[in-house]
Write a protein that binds this ligand. Structure first.
Ligand SMILES: [Zn+2]
Length: 96
């Protein structure tokens, strides 16, 4: 495939793409709408199922606790925030 297109610069390609989108705006919009309408239920079903299966894992993960260097039990998700709070800093100063 040695078309003239392979000689286009990145900038020109971007420009072409913009032009393409602009010219086909309505078609694309229509297409997206149609696509969304046909797949709406499927997508919603999929996400619902995905969420249901993941729910427990997500909840467990959110509550998962770790012991910080300072000795505090901290929710894993909040460890970074905990490391910045005074309690942690004070305890760390006492340890050192
Ligand atoms: Zn700590």
């Amino acid at each position: 495939m040695n078309t003239y297109k392979s000689f286009l610069t990145e900038e020109e390609k971007k420009e072409n793409r913009k032009e393409y989108l602009e010219t086909n705006k309505d078609i694309l919009r229509e297409y997206n709408k149609e696509y969304y309408e046909t797949n709406k239920e499927k997508t919603q079903e999929y996400y619902k199922e995905y969420y249901e299966t993941k729910k427990n894992t997500i909840l467990v993960k959110k509550k998962e606790k770790v012991t910080c260097q300072c000795g505090c039990n901290v929710v894993k998700n909040g460890l970074k925030r905990h490391e910045r709070n005074k309690k942690h800093i004070n305890l760390m100063n006492q340890i050192q």
